[in-house]
Design a protein around this ligand. Sequence first.
Ligand SMILES: NC(=O)c1ccc[n+]([C@@H]2O[C@H](COP(=O)([O-])OP(=O)(O)OC[C@H]3O[C@@H](n4cnc5c(N)ncnc54)[C@H](O)[C@@H]3O)[C@@H](O)[C@H]2O)c1
Length: 370
Amino acid sequence: MGTAKNEIVGWGIIGCGVIGPWHAKAVQLVEGARMVACCDVIREMAEKCAEEFGDGDTAVYTDLEKMLADSNVDAVSICTPSGMHADNGIIAAQAGKHILCEKPMDVTLQKIDALIEACEENNVKLAGVFQRRTYETSKQVREAVQSGKLGKLVVGDSYQKYFRSHEYYASGDWRATWELDGGGALMNQGVHGIDLLLYIMGDIRRLNARCRTLVRNIAVEDTAIATVEFVNGALGVIEGTTSVTPGMGGKIEISGDDGTIVMDGDKIAVWDVPGEADVEQTEQATDVGSARDPAAGLDVAGHVRHIADLVDAIWNDRGPQIPGREARRAVEVIKAIYLSSRGGGETVELPLSYEDDGPGIDDRGRDWDW
Ligand SMILES: NC(=O)c1ccc[n+]([C@@H]2O[C@H](COP(=O)([O-])OP(=O)(O)OC[C@H]3O[C@@H](n4cnc5c(N)ncnc54)[C@H](O)[C@@H]3O)[C@@H](O)[C@H]2O)c1
């Protein structure tokens, strides 16, 4: 194992629940990486992941510190509940391991910044997972929008109308808690579409929002709507829910005074760009988790690209495609949405300070008055 150019990067998986095995499966498909260790506090989860995706001698750990002491592990995928990511990542960085961290990078900006700092101090790479960004269609849309092909940008919207059942929320005691999920329809599911909107449109200057818990018996929002103003002057809507039937997945709609592009999942639904025919569809329609079920429909291709990117970043000592600071952006917008809603829809300006990030965003249960 190693980190020098063309040496196989030894991979460890931290957290082997729903998404950990997806990372393991993706590692199998990347030539420069090999899964060498699986860690889960529940031994059977780690064993199952090692058996299914390992090559016979994958080490199994229930104690993260022990896995981090394993010299065969060069890089780790952090796949634990969201509010543990920074804590897990900081000790991984201190152990000299490169990191691919699931979304959201963590659930407070302060913790995300501490993780970024720890990675910088220990000279390890920190990459965030947002698989929708890795698709060619997302890059094509960004390029068209940023290069001015739609004219003056007028509106940029992200709609994510998902369905998550009571059983889904009951499937882990960290789900839908402020402390470990950090929020609901936006912080867990909607974070993907918000990241994509920011990637395509650029930063948001200010927003107003309403979050509600309309259907599910959970402490966090199951439905949220924000109106936003981008730094480039355009306006837009961010909408996220996990309580509609049928779940419809993620849509991004961008319009300028000269043209419109609509992405439905990772497919281009409308490409109305002056002087251009429809773009060639380069991807299958895939989505994040899928509108109905968090695991069904998950396409491993995005995770393969993330792992291949981090391997290449390690070999060539360059930054990853989605460095920590990029992965932080969507979390900041979501925190601003929560803050606005808690203030009755008041206008919140970005960037946020730590004061806006921390208090009240922890576990206030159903007593939290949106
Ligand atoms: N990119 C995507 O599309 C996608 C999809 C699903 C989940 N996720 C993200 O992945 C993360 C995990 O979600 P999940 O649905 O797989 O959760 P999960 O509850 O199914 O799995 C988490 C696992 O972590 C283990 N764990 C908890 N504490 C640990 C510790 N200290 N050390 C080692 N293992 C520990 C648990 O036992 C559990 O098996 C979340 O942050 C979630 O947002 C991303």
